[in-house]
Write a protein that binds this ligand. Structure first.
Ligand code: G4P
Length: 522
């Protein structure tokens, strides 16, 4: 098979959801269909006592949640699928957002009883900003939840995306009979043996065969709803799905393994293959016609306590990667031979010999890489467009408990900042270190890692949530503009940043200094 054929087979997506919506359960079922795990139940460590792929770090184990994103790969009907997991906890971090930079589509799991919750909103915005297709799976239909029409409305209103129901539930909870599959023109029955599971639908949209289901009010209701959707709902439009303007919606129950395979197969009919990316100079890098190139979207340390290592996760944008090849780190211009690279599977890491555009590989790192770095295999080094930085909302002043440890303290901070684990700021004259994060958990991970990896105990002093704004006209910044409600600091690139106490303080500042052009990152 040629490299181009291999690339065409790739489908790379992230699963996003609220905690407890069923992401882990869904991932397990998908891996199970792909034959990557023998039993559903091995991904999640919480219950079985085995540690899951996504439970590498001690802190994750302690809190029973997944802090960092992991990558899983499996084959299904001629496709090679890469799933990038994202933390769903409310304390999730910038890592989650950056993971969305490395995929070509996203699958969102929604709990039918809860609907759209707050955090999904931001994840959604990041998907929208990138214009990547979003597929929605409404889960837990085996339990009583919100009305399906209400859920569709919520998706459209809250997420500002149009929706198209690919299938529709017939009943719910104890009365869940199955799904009316509009896409495949069939009804899939809940809790029914494989061979009897599917019932055919005629051209008018009715069940062909006589079946007790026909007499139920749930079936009648489903037909009415579908009628309504056909008349008043959106049309299915592949082009709009591709642009992320319309989300195909599926219903099912991951736990009972219902609707998951149908989802997977339909998803694969529409999921985009590896997409081109832009360079910093605005050139398009096509996956198939270019040599190996990729970018680092995540760096993770100590994934396995047995190996004290850092791994840089590379999304391959174009061409083919082979172990032993020479690659150049575009930022420094340094070239080196890659002898050990890893790829991620459900149950273990293994060495990867080759990988192509769409795949994610992990490169062992001894501190050479930074988030956003481009690596290229060809002679011409170039850089991909910058990964977005996210505006932190929480800030802490941090010092080493023991002043003698200052060197380790700064080394640790530098490395963790390069990894993108946390954002770094310093005050103007005293150069006090202030850390910024989008989620509280980033601070806990920071503290934990400083102690465990750099042997430094830190003192963290919350300075609360702030509204951070960068300044376009930096030359006009004056220290007299600061106040207890508008603190002036510098970021890791030495840019000025105002940390306002709240929106009110920011507006007050803006009224007073109208000529100052403030902006925020994502
Ligand atoms: P997450 O990764 O999104 O956080 O969710 P996870 O898969 O861990 O699922 C959260 C809870 O929801 C789990 O129960 C899981 O068994 C349940 N669940 C997932 N899918 C379905 C479904 O289709 N129907 C029903 N009824 N439940 C579902 P738990 O009791 O919180 O966890 P556990 O102790 O069973 O692992």
């Amino acid at each position: 098979m040629t490299t181009i054929d291999e690339i065409q087979k790739r489908r790379t997506f992230a699963i996003i959801s609220h905690p407890d919506a069923g992401k882990t359960t869904m991932t397990e079922k998908l891996l199970y269909f792909g034959g990557a795990i023998r039993d559903a139940g091995t991904v999640k460590g919480k219950k079985t006592g085995k540690f899951a792929t996504s439970d590498w770090m001690e802190i994750e184990k302690q809190r029973g949640i997944s802090v960092t994103s992991s990558v899983m790969q499996f084959d299904y009907r001629g496709n090679r699928i890469n799933i990038l997991d994202t933390p769903g906890h409310q304390d999730f971090s910038e890592d989650t957002y950056r993971t969305l930079m490395a995929v070509d589509s996203a699958v969102m799991i929604v709990d039918a009883a809860k609907g759209i919750e707050a955090q999904t909103l931001k994840l959604f915005k990041v998907c929208r900003m990138r214009g990547i297709p979003i597929f929605t799976f409404i889960n837990k239909l085996d339990r009583q939840g919100k009305e399906p029409l209400e859920l569709m409305e919520e998706i459209e209103e809250v997420l500002e995306i149009e929706s198209y129901a690919m299938n529709w539930p017939i009943g719910m909870g104890k009365e869940f009979l199955g799904i009316y599959d509009r896409y495949n023109n069939r009804i899939e029955q809940f809790r029914t043996e494989e061979q009897d599971r599917f019932l055919e639908i005629d051209e008018e949209g009715n069940l062909v065969q006589d079946h007790p289901m026909k007499a139920t009010s749930y079936y009648q209701q489903a037909l009415e709803d579908i009628q309504l959707l056909s008349e008043a709902g959106n049309d299915f439009d592949v082009e709009r799905v591709k642009k992320g303007e319309l989300t195909p919606v599926f219903f099912g129950s991951a736990l009972t393994n219902f609707g998951v395979q149908t989802f997977l197969e339909t998803y694969l009919d529409f999921a985009p293959k590896p997409q081109p990316r832009m360079t910093a100079d605005g050139e398009i890098v096509d996956p198939a016609t270019n040599e190996f190139a990729g970018f680092i979207f995540k760096i993770q340390a100590n994934m396995n306590p047995a190996h004290r290592d850092r791994i840089a996760f590379v999304r391959i944008v174009s061409g083919e990667f082979n172990r032993g090849m020479n690659i150049t780190l575009a930022r420094t211009g340094k070239s080196f031979k890659v002898t050990s690279s890893t790829q991620f599977l459900a149950d273990d890491r293994e060495t990867v010999e080759s990988a192509v555009a769409g795949d994610i590989i992990g490169l062992y790192d001894v501190g050479n890489y930074q988030i956003g770095d481009t690596v290229v295999g060809g002679k011409k080094a170039f850089e991909f467009e910058k990964l977005p930085q996210f505006t932190p909302e929480l800030f802490m002043k941090v010092t080493a408990k023991n002043v003698m440890k200052s060197k380790h303290f700064h080394k640790g901070i530098l490395q963790l900042v390069q990894e993108g684990a946390i954002q770094y700021y310093k005050t103007l004259h005293t150069e006090d270190v202030i850390l910024g994060a989008v989620g509280q958990l980033q601070f806990e991970v920071f503290e934990h890692r400083m102690k465990n990896e750099y042997n430094v105990e830190v003192r963290m002093e919350p300075i609360g949530s702030k509204v951070a704004r960068w300044i376009e006209n930096e030359e006009d910044v004056k220290e007299s503009m600061t106040s207890p409600r508008s603190m002036l600091v510098r970021d890791r690139y030495d840019r000025y940043v105002f940390l306002f106490e709240n929106d009110f303080a920011m507006r007050w500042f803006q009224d007073k200094y109208e000529h100052m052009k403030l902006y925020n990152l994502l």
